[in-house]
Ligand binder design. Structure first.
Ligand code: ZN
Length: 66
């Protein structure tokens, strides 16, 4: 874990914002996501390219359905 990430984690614990800790929304990924975005919109981890994979999967599903 990088120093920056560790410091961010300390901030979260200090501010009791543990609800910002969540598990990646991708079906095949269990990475812990630390949502530091202002509007808490983060759903996917940064490590697995999961947001992009989910978008591609959704696109394929839409295409297959039509
Ligand atoms: Zn992920």
């Amino acid at each position: 874990m990088s120093t920056e990430a560790a410091m961010a984690l300390v901030d979260v614990i200090r501010s009791k914002e543990m609800d910002r800790m969540l598990v990646c929304a991708a079906d095949d990924c269990d990475a812990v996501v630390l949502d530091l975005s202002r509007n808490r919109s983060k759903r996917y981890c940064d490590t697995g390219n999961c947001a992009n994979r989910a978008h591609v999967a959704a696109y394929r599903a839409r295409k297959a359905a039509s």
